[in-house]
Design a protein around this ligand. Sequence first.
Ligand code: G3H
Ligand code: 13P
Ligand code: ZN
Length: 330
Amino acid sequence: ALIALRQLLDFAAEHDFAVPAFNISNMEQVQAIMQAAQAVNSPVIMQASVGARSYAGEPFLRHLVQAAVEQYPFIPVVLHQDHGATPDVCIRSIQSGFTSVMMDGSLQADMKTPSDFDYNVTVTRTVTDIAHACGVSVEGEIGCLGSLETGKMGKEDGHGADGKLSRDKVLTDPDEAVAFVQQTQVDALAVAIGTSHGAYKFSQPPTGEVLAISHLKTLQHKLPNTHFVMHGSSSVPQEWLKIINTHGGDIGETYGVPVEEIVAGIQYGVRKVNIDTDLRMASTGAVRQFLTDEKNAKNFDPRKFLLASTAAMQAICEARYQAFGSAGQA
Ligand code: G3H
Ligand code: 13P
Ligand code: ZN
């Protein structure tokens, strides 16, 4: 059944686990996430960006998730809007049947420029007022996702957005976070601790200098009852990076967030862990590997290479459910 994010995260807090939130835009991702959840008995968070909605189209996305709920009636599923840029985007998602929305007011509506505190509170509060009236949960964000190595916000090509964020912009300010939660009444809070979106997070395996897991402890001290969300939480599996690069790909040396660091964050209140890049890499690696394998040279049935993609993604989903403790909790 579809459930609200708040319901799931309250349960996760009670039982000290976190739930991976996987981005979806196609059927294979949905099937991989659900098959893995079924295999280990985990609740599910599927999230869709505005880009995903325009890729699949709103009706296809909605029905993909409905199909998942129908096929797996005993798995609780949250359908979450990822990074809504404006209240309008979030309201459209509520209308479409999402059970949770993220109002990302940490950036202005262009999703590139950091915003100020008052703007963030105003847009987020607008969304919580409407969402809560509809039984829908809200995630807000305070602080700017960005690299403590470079000050960049992170992008797929590794070059990052324009402008440089200072260290104090990158790390969520604890007092601001307290005021933000109090004024907006969000159900979950995305915090910035040095992670960024995409594959290019760290130029070497991260240390505490650039991945501030310890900052979560400070935040939890001030906000003991708030559910934290970690964005940019892909681990960038080195084995998939290698498979992509040995089968015609060209991805530079790069490192993600080690699973054990995320697990360390769970004891400080992390309850939702956003993952997109890892499934993209597994899917791309599996398809490249399949299509460049000589013994598949005569294949022209897409189901064959899409099955390889689904299997690769499913393995990652299962590993995350196990590591974050959501396995066995459905
Ligand atoms: O937060 C970013 C997610 O990875 C979604 O990316 O906008 O390309 O769908 P997207
Ligand atoms: P990754 O790019 O690390 O997978 O992060 C995804 C994310 O935070 C979506 O909101
Ligand atoms: Zn994100």
